[in-house]
Design a protein around this ligand. Structure first.
Ligand code: GAL
Length: 474
């Protein structure tokens, strides 16, 4: 039995679905630049110029949302569509109109929006001034956030400031496989992660002081984490490696926000030990939070979790004589051969990992209210409309969420499938499909058609909504 007000949702992100990359005065974002200018980094040199064309076809998306019977829809705002140069000096009213319509239409259909302010697409103009590596980005993000709270907060009650800071920091600034494509191992990721936490905290404090009293919404940041267990459960080194692995993903962002206002001690000591080993001079590569800025501790009104998969962990891994996050972490992940991998190679299907992670979050982060803001399972070609495996995946995963609520008493408030539509899957382009709806990218109409897994999810939602007892606490 799910709580009465349980949020049954699906998610998308602006760059992955909207298209209209330069329509109506939208400014370019780092993903526009990355796709247009960095040859060989995105599958088939594809880009999000048109994607699902949701900028023009929003009403079709709304029909999909209604067909599923969603109570909630998670979307992200394109910063550069609203503020083409990233600053509030110049507001693009066409962008404001677009999102006003989306939000109003959702509410008119009884669907609550959950809005992400930042889902990987920094305005290029801000990247040109150092992007997330520059300390000044936090204030720029805070101005943008205030603008959004002011403009949309009368109707939006669930906010995510930043989606997956880990992915932005590491894939975008250390591995170079996401925009802005920087490869500055061992230093940039920590700086970017730090500025993202500062930016998030500033925006949360702004909401708390100026908007919450009237708007009464909730604000968090979406943290991605795999569930991990030691490859050799009896090994002390393996257990320690697993703890480090978690500290360098979940803990990196959740520990400062939910527990101490600072990074996990095991993370800092591992980074500093590695610096000493390789003769890195200067201070710690992991920045420190300043006493002069508002604290990052307590700046989340709920826990927003993106969960996709699980891993087994053992000590090791690194980059030789080069400093990098992997060698700081000194923990490598491997797949358990018993876990099926059917879509992208990194996504082993492990529904029970979600239950275990939810319990861990409850025990470690003071029993927060949790929204599962992303979870899903992709297919790669040849695509099947009768995607039976994905049907089973949703059934099994939602059962694990039910157990987490019913047996482990985790305060889970909602589940958002990733994704409403097949879309531009970052460096994988359109080759990897997470949608509950198929989108035909070969034709201008971008026709949407429901997969069997979409029908299955709709059934699950309908069943649970009709079974929920009005007497249960929300
Ligand atoms: C997340 C990301 C989503 C989506 C998903 C599937 O990291 O937030 O935008 O791409 O992964 O890979």
């Amino acid at each position: 039995m799910f709580p009465r007000d349980f949020a049954w949702g699906a998610g998308t992100a602006a760059y992955q679905i909207e298209g209209g990359w330069d329509s109506d005065s939208k400014g370019p974002s780092i993903w526009d630049t990355f796709c247009h200018h960095e040859k060989g980094r995105v599958f088939g040199e594809q880009n999000g110029d048109v994607a699902c064309n949701s900028y023009e076809l929003w009403e079709e998306d709304l029909q999909c949302i209604q067909q599923l019977g969603l109570t909630h829809y998670r979307l992200s705002l394109s910063w550069a569509r609203l503020l083409p140069d990233g600053t509030t000096q110049h507001v693009n009213q066409k962008g404001v109109q677009y999102y006003n319509k989306v939000i109003d239409d959702l509410l008119a259909c009884n669907v609550s929006p959950m809005v992400t302010l930042y889902h990987f697409d920094l305005p290029q103009a801000l990247q040109d001034h150092g992007g997330w590596k520059s300390a000044g980005i936090a204030a720029a993000f805070d101005s943008y956030a205030r603008f959004c709270f002011q403009t949309f907060g009368d109707r939006v009650k669930l906010w995510i400031t930043i989606n997956e800071p880990y992915v932005c920091a590491k894939l975008g600034h250390e591995d170079g496989v996401h925009a802005p494509g920087l490869k500055e191992p061992g230093v940039a990721a920590y700086l970017v992660g730090h500025n993202m936490l500062r930016a998030h905290a500033m925006a949360w404090h702004s909401y708390n002081s100026f908007y919450r009293p009237e708007q009464r919404g909730a604000v968090s940041l979406a943290i991605n984490s795999d569930w991990v267990e030691p490859l050799h459960p009896g090994s002390t080194e393996g257990i320690a490696a697993t703890e480090r692995y978690l500290a360098f993903t979940l803990g990196w962002f959740a520990w400062p926000v939910f527990v101490t206002g600072d990074y996990p001690e095991v993370m800092r000591s591992a980074i500093d030990a590695q610096s000493r080993k390789l003769g890195h001079s200067g201070g710690s590569r992991l920045p420190s939070f300043s006493q002069d800025e508002p604290s990052v501790l307590g700046t989340a009104d709920f826990f927003a979790l993106n969960y996709y998969t699980s891993r087994k962990v053992k000590p090791g891994g690194g980059c030789g004589q080069v400093l990098c996050v992997k060698s700081d972490r000194d923990a490598v992940d491997v797949l358990d051969p018993s876990w099926p991998v059917c879509g992208v190679s990194w996504l082993a299907v492990v529904p029970h990992g979600l239950r275990r992670l939810l319990k861990y979050i409850k025990d470690t982060f003071h029993n927060p209210a949790v929204y599962i803001t992303e979870n899903g399972f992709s297919q790669v070609g040849p695509l099947q409309m009768e995607d039976v495996q994905r049907c089973e995946f949703y059934q099994d995963t939602i059962l694990e969420v039910a157990k987490a609520i019913g047996e482990d008493v985790v305060d889970v408030r909602g589940y958002f499938a990733w994704s409403l539509l097949d879309n531009f899957e970052w460096a994988d382009g359109f080759s990897v499909r997470f949608g509950l709806f198929h989108v035909d990218f070969s034709e201008a109409e971008r026709t949407r058609a429901i997969y069997r897994s979409g029908q299955e999810y709709a059934k699950i939602i309908m069943k649970h909504r009709s079974q929920t007892s009005p007497g249960l606490p929300s």
